[in-house]
Design a protein around this ligand. Structure first.
Ligand SMILES: Cc1cc2nc3c(=O)[nH]c(=O)nc-3n(C[C@H](O)[C@H](O)[C@H](O)COP(=O)(O)OP(=O)(O)OC[C@H]3O[C@@H](n4cnc5c(N)ncnc54)[C@H](O)[C@@H]3O)c2cc1C
Length: 382
């Protein structure tokens, strides 16, 4: 562990965790004139899911409570984000097919599609043959799919580090290599942040440390129902332009697509995840990658000889009811939490950054409806 002795230890806002949510929030706050911010990251910026994800920017197959974030991001932020951040975030908007191979899959997809269309999203169910017209390399095992033409994908590294660089340029302080151990209250408000590098102090504190937020929130008596789940991704050699769309499945056993330069980036679950330990996370390839690949080949036999050049893994921060907690915590004034993005927080991150900046500055998110993501949904009902 590298420990830095930072000179600046007091700010209007201390952000715990240096992922895309932290960087996008810091950027949005700085844009509005609040740059007296310290971001504390235990390793490197983007160390968590933010620089390990598959880049899916998806509105379809989301819980309706987080759909406003996804739809706002796609309609208002992603199309111009490269210009805004002065970096090519490689945003591609060519649709998402979510595939089904069984009647049970089709029932699942039909249910979520109906809820999404009721909420105003342009998504519909199509047949297996219609799906093969959009993506001709798909196996005959696919009998139907949901189709959302406005979904897409982007480059997670460019996006996360793009937000980071813009926030840095606007005066935000980022400190890497400092592990946060807990939060302490002063006169009833969250105020002090205990770290391996001593105590930091903020008028407000934003906790967005992925699955590790749970232990930190616990130090001020806040129980977050968030656990971690292992997930693996892989990138292949470059292939000719074959798959314009982003792909997923009813069972979420794999997802991914073809990047602008031709490589496929695909990830998913293979059933071995619960048996992976933290120590194993860098050496899982011999078991998990072939298992994941076999699943993908069942959907796309044409990919059977494509060479994988690298695999990597990360942890999903999975909240009990599969949507994040984004809220000012009334039990601990001064504390805002944005965590539990359940393996799909990248696509909504530009909108999350905006919503969280409004929570911190104005006490509520007035641009995007995040009322379904409040912490008090877990409070015992009277
Ligand atoms: C393999 C994989 C594939 C994914 N694919 C997609 C996808 O295609 N589309 C999509 O939308 N989403 C996807 N996701 C999910 C997405 O990456 C996350 O939802 C998103 O990055 C969450 O961002 P975050 O900033 O909340 O958390 P993180 O990126 O996890 O950042 C949290 C940060 O907090 C730091 N931290 C933790 N504890 C401490 C501490 N004690 N002190 C200081 N710092 C600390 C961590 O080091 C980390 O950098 C995927 C995730 C994984 C792992």
């Amino acid at each position: 562990m590298v420990t830095v002795a930072a000179e600046k230890k007091k700010a209007s806002l201390i952000i715990i965790g240096g992922g895309v949510v932290a960087c996008a929030t810091a950027y949005n706050l700085a844009k509005k004139g609040m740059n007296d911010i310290i971001v504390l990251e235990k390793k490197e910026i983007g160390n968590g899911g933010s620089c390990r994800n598959a880049g899916g920017v998806r509105q379809s197959a989301r819980d309706v409570r987080e759909l406003p974030l996804a739809m706002y991001a796609v309609s208002n932020i992603w199309p111009t984000l490269s210009d805004e951040l002065d970096v090519d975030v490689e945003y591609v908007q060519r649709g998402n097919l979510r595939l089904g191979k069984t009647e049970a899959h089709i029932k699942t997809l039909t249910g979520i599609t109906k809820k999404s269309t009721d909420a105003g999203l342009d998504v519909k169910m199509i047949t297996g043959d219609e799906a093969r017209e959009i993506c001709p390399y798909m196996s005959d095992e696919v009998i139907g799919a949901s189709w959302c033409p406005t979904d897409g994908h982007a480059n997670p590294l460019h996006t996360t580090l793009g937000f980071y660089r813009k926030a840095l340029q606007a005066g935000v302080t980022f400190i890497s290599g400092v592990k946060v151990n807990g939060i302490r209250k002063y006169r009833g408000r969250a105020r002090f942040v205990d770290t391996d590098d001593g105590v930091y102090e903020g008028d407000n504190i934003l906790l967005c440390a992925g699955w590790e937020s749970r232990a930190i929130a616990d130090t001020v008596g806040i129980e977050l129902p968030i656990i971690r789940e292992f997930s693996e991704c892989m990138v292949t050699e470059m292939e000719p332009d074959m798959f314009p769309v982003m792909l997923g499945t009813a069972e979420s056993d794999f997802y991914g697509g073809q990047t602008k330069h031709g490589s496929f980036v695909m990830g998913g679950m293979c059933g071995m995840e619960p048996y992976v330990s933290e120590k194993d996370r860098f050496i899982t390839n011999s078991v998990t990658a072939p298992c994941l690949s076999r699943g993908i080949i069942k959907y796309f036999p044409v990919l059977k000889d494509v060479k994988i050049i690298r695999t990597w893994s990360g942890w999903y921060d999975v909240c009990k009811d599969k949507v994040p907690i984004i809220d000012n915590i009334s039990e601990v004034p001064g504390l805002t939490i944005a965590a539990g993005f359940c393996g799909h927080g990248f696509g909504i991150s530009p909108a999350t950054g905006l919503a969280v900046s409004e929570l911190i500055l104005d006490g509520e998110s007035h641009t995007i409806d995040i009322s379904g993501l409040k912490y008090d949904r877990f409070r015992a009902k009277a």
